[in-house]
Design a protein around this ligand. Structure first.
Ligand SMILES: [Zn+2]
Length: 332
């Protein structure tokens, strides 16, 4: 940066083609956004075009004695610098979002909060679509996800509330019911230092549902084996199967009493151990074919019913829940 005439020591910003922006237009094109003590020098036109809130913010006349940095007016924001960087990154570079881990979920939450706050509708819609993929409405989509139990579900509940994305609530609240109690009480902390906690009503819903799900799970085990023990069930090898029922019941119950109200957890892994066609452990006795088929069908149908009732468990009733999902659980 050099000063040509010596009288006006205005810093120049060089563009790729050698023109000087400072020469083309006065510095009102630029603003310094300050978040958590970190300054971001931005072109106001780009942000104003995407966000009416920024547009209004930038059009407020600056008082004569307002703070200037590099000759640019300073605008202080209440956001964290990490969240603002994420927003600016996606607005400037169009960065795509990949659902892989909590880091990505943290970024998604920054985008949703700031896009909502600054009224950047297209980014908000795109980000909510990504959130919905993590907390879907059908059981088949849920089963395909494979990673469910992150404390970031608390963030998802709050984002769903903020943006009125009601379909995200049931499965996000269900995940909250699977978390260790300290997360429900203390919340979850994002890398930018912000802490997300459930509000009082959602916390109460989770406490109630957690107990209900544990009851539901133990009831399901009881009913299931009662049915298998009944004379109408024509088991091919009663002595062996009854012995194995006891093992399966014990393993299933220990999962439940380990603090998991996991009523949507698939039984496949557990049942595979006792299925002649699936197990690699030949030393382990297997259930007869009829018991295997019956157990798989019953557990699957329980999970399907539980999924269908999920919104109801948290005080909601949505027409668009489980659309096309009731018949999609035909196989593994
Ligand atoms: Zn049997």
């Amino acid at each position: 940066m050099t000063s040509e005439g010596g009288n006006h020591k205005r810093p120049r910003i060089e563009t790729g083609n050698g023109d000087s922006i400072a020469r083309i237009r006065p510095r009102t094109w630029e603003r310094i956004l300050v978040a958590s003590g970190v300054g971001f020098r931005v072109y106001r036109g780009l942000l104003a075009k995407r966000s009416e809130v920024f547009c209004d913010l930038f059009s407020v006349p600056q008082p004569r004695d307002s703070q200037l940095v590099f000759g640019c007016p300073v605008v202080h924001l209440s956001d964290t610098d990490v969240a603002l960087r994420e927003l600016l990154d996606v607005l400037m570079c169009g960065k795509r979002y990949i659902l892989k881990n909590d880091v990505e979920l943290d970024r998604l939450s920054y985008r949703i909060r700031l896009a909502h706050k600054y009224g950047i509708e297209d980014l908000l819609e795109e980000s909510i679509r990504e959130l919905k993929k993590l907390y879907p409405t059908t059981l088949s989509e849920w089963a395909d996800l494979r990673r469910h139990y992150s404390p970031r579900a608390i963030t998802a509940v709050n984002l769903a509330r903020l943006t009125k994305t009601h379909t995200v609530w049931p499965s996000a609240l269900y995940v909250c019911c699977q978390l260790d109690d300290h997360y429900l009480v203390d919340g979850t902390t994002h890398p930018d230092g912000t802490v997300e906690r459930l509000d009082r009503d959602d916390l109460l819903r989770c406490i109630t549902a957690k107990v209900d799900y544990t009851h539901l799970f133990t009831d399901a085990i009881h009913d299931l084996f009662l049915h298998l023990d009944s004379p109408s069930h024509k088991c091919y090898s009663k002595a062996t199967c009854r012995l194995l029922f006891r093992c399966i019941r014990g393993e299933a119950r220990s999962r439940s009493f380990a603090g998991m109200a996991g009523v949507l957890e698939p039984w496949d892994k557990l049942l595979d151990k006792y299925d002649r066609k699936k197990t690699s452990d030949i030393a382990l006795a297997s259930l007869c074919e009829l018991c295997t088929t019956t157990l798989r069908a019953h557990t699957k149908s329980r999970i399907t019913d539980t999924w269908a009732d999920l919104p109801h468990d948290f005080g909601g009733d949505y027409d668009d829940w489980n659309e096309g999902g009731a018949t999609s659980e035909s196989d593994d």
